[in-house]
Write a protein that binds this ligand. Structure first.
Ligand SMILES: [Ca+2]
Length: 269
């Protein structure tokens, strides 16, 4: 169900691409130029943590030794609090059956959680989580990451990333993400680390490292070796990136994956 809806989305969103190259803001006056060639990074696994194979992961975020996870699907969407050293579930809070959980990010003491098609943004207090609808957005919610305490970035399955004010989720600006001048659709779960936006692309094993100013993909990360063939049998796509400052590592997982991987990205020799 989820897959077919997102395929339909592709059909409707694609025409809006506009022929722009890197640096795209939707301004048709921007002339073509070549993107810098992206470097390819490999994934080095540092540690392997437990992940619940019933968790349809839509968002992942670290704060103070706790790994927060958002899960999707109608009737089983939730916010989950995990032990970041083991991956074990500490506590979870279900969403109303009418909401489909998507990406999460943390700003100050609030967790913001997107929902897929309702246009609603939920806000949770970190210390006493209870969902409150605080904002609405004009599009589907897929991924979200915080750039600073005033700004978040959201994806909606297209090649566009929207920068929004934390105070009201109104759009500040947007970028089109391109690789070698080709728009990159299906941008999904997001993470902001050291000046770069990381996005996994739905239904692929690929993570893009994106320049938030220009939209250029300046590095490609191939995560296809993380799951064994057996692990893949009942697993969905990669869909979770969190930066663990203590480990100095990324935590990666996916929908219904049996593992969370602590990894670093290194240049291929
Ligand atoms: Ca994330």
């Amino acid at each position: 169900m989820h897959i077919s809806h997102r395929f339909c989305l592709l059909l409707t969103v694609f025409p809006a691409w506009i022929a722009i190259s890197c640096g795209g803001t939707g301004d048709s006056s921007i002339t073509e130029h070549s993107d810098p060639l992206p470097e390819t990074l490999q994934v080095i696994v540092l540690d392997t943590l437990y992940h619940d194979t019933t968790a349809f992961t839509q968002g992942l975020e670290m704060r103070d030794g706790i790994l927060w996870e958002s899960t999707g699907l109608y009737g089983s969407s939730s916010l989950r609090k995990l032990d970041a050293s083991t991956g074990e579930l500490l506590e979870d809070w279900p969403l109303p059956v009418t909401l489909f959980g998507e990406g999460i990010t943390i700003v100050k003491d609030q967790i913001f959680q997107l929902t897929w098609q309702s246009g609603l943004v939920l806000s949770w207090n970190l210390e006493d989580p209870e969902p409150v609808i605080t904002d609405t957005i004009e599009t589907q919610g897929w991924g979200i990451c915080a750039i600073d305490t005033n700004t978040v970035v959201t994806s909606n399955g297209s090649s566009q990333l929207k920068f929004r004010s934390v105070s009201d989720f109104n759009i500040i600006r947007s970028i089109h993400v391109t690789l070698d001048n080709v728009p990159q659709i299906y941008l999904n779960e997001l993470e902001y680390v050291d000046g770069w936006i990381y996005s996994n692309q739905w239904n692929s094993d690929r993570i893009l490292r994106i320049d938030p100013a220009s939209g250029c993909v300046e590095a490609l990360i191939d995560a296809s070796d993380l799951l064994s063939p057996d692990d893949r049998l009942n697993a969905g796509p990669l869909n979770g990136i969190a930066w663990d400052a203590e480990r100095q590592a990324f935590l990666l997982t996916g929908k219904l994956w049996p593992w969370i991987f602590a990894v670093r990205f290194e240049k291929q020799l």
